[in-house]
Structures are given as structure tokens and as C-alpha cells.
Write a protein that binds this ligand. Sequence first.
Ligand SMILES: [Zn+2]
Ligand SMILES: [Zn+2]
Length: 249
Amino acid sequence: MELTVLGASPALPNPGGASAGYLLQQGGTSLLVDCGHGVVSVLRTVIDVRDLSAVIISHMHPDHYFDLVPLAYAYFFDQLPPVPLHLPPDGLPVLQAVERAVGLDEGFFARIFDVRPYQPEHPLTIGPLTVRFAPTKHFVPAYAMRFHNGTGRELVYTSDTAYSQAVVDLAQGASVGVFESAVLRYQRDAERQGHLDARTAGAMARQADVGMLVVTHYPSADADSVAREAGDAFGKPVILAREGERITV
Ligand SMILES: [Zn+2]
Ligand SMILES: [Zn+2]
């Protein structure tokens, strides 16, 4: 399984970067995981859009789905057959609201994409990949994902979350963990906490005993401290995700 980071930035893209987006490739299957702003531009440097097998979205925050608009134009202009779009259960009404807000025809997304809302309580099969979900602790319903390819190599992506035992459980023993670190300082007592800092991301990954930790969704201005703090808590060096980086799982 090959992971290509398409977007390692948080909601405010790092200079020259893109928000959340990852390409997972296994055999002939190319799965786009999240599609935040700027991701389609980077995706096009890696593969032809027509070679995408499916798209899956972790939650309906703009930095994880806004580039479905330009992605839809790629399919619209070239009249490509609909690509499966796996949305969280609350996803389609959000896209319908976007259609209205930006003046697209009603049903635009449902015509361009083969919209398939997933049920997070059940595993999902996409080509050779099986996806299992866990609800994260975030501001809207969001789902961490664990991807199996049938060989025992497994990747876990936290999406956006504060500390969550459910996410630790999902990540247990995974070969690679892609953990977010969108905030600089985690406030355990804060009533509304929806993200990890580097130290907490590293501690969660250590608790889950993941083989390799990739830290993502972080402000690049703080890259040095993110790497140091996540690495200290994880107990091993970590990889900082960067747009275009390829990692073999
Ligand atoms: Zn979010
Ligand atoms: Zn986010």
C-alpha cells in the first residue's frame, strides 16, 4: 500500500500547501482520502484525475471536502463516468447546501459522483481495501479510518480529533499512523477540544503501539517543535507529512 500526502496543512493552508488530502494506492486502486482546499491541484501532479477509483471523506469541514468542487469540474468538463464518493452519514445535505450557496444546479454533485453514504459502524470495502471507522472527538461528526489491504500492513488516519480512546483502539498495532496535530497546545480542561497537539498525538500513537508515526494537519511554521514534541512523546522519530511525500505502508 502506497500513501502519497496531497495535503498536510491545517484549515489555513501552509504557504504553497494544501489542506487535508491523501492518496492511498494498492494494486490498481487509487483512493483519495479527504479532499480539502488545494488538494486537487496536488493530486494532478501525482495521477490523472480519471484514474481515481474512489473518494472517501472523513467529515464535513471545508478543509476536508471543499476541493470536491474543482474535482467535480474535472468530471463535468471531460464527461467522465461518476466516481464513487463515500460520504459520512451527514455528508450529502452539506453538499446540497454548497450547491445552492455557490449557484450550482440542484443535484450537481449527485450527477457527477456516485454518492454512497457510509455507515461508520460497518466496515466498507473499496477494491482491495477494507476500511473500518471510529468516531472521533471533534466539533462535527468525524471518523478516523483504518485501512487493511489483506497483507497485514495497515494504515490508520485519525482525521480531526481531540484525545479519543476510540481512536487509540482503532489504531492499535497499525503499521503506520497518520495523526493530526492542528493545535499548538492541547488544553485538557478546555470544554470544547477538537484537535490534537504534537505531544498528545505522539502519546496516542505510543499508546496504540503504531509502527510508524506520520504527523499531519500541522502549521509548517512550527514544524521543528511539532517533530520534537511528537517524537519525544512517541518515543521514536516521527515523519512530518509534506505535500508530495510518498510513504510505503
Ligand atoms: Zn475538522
Ligand atoms: Zn481539519
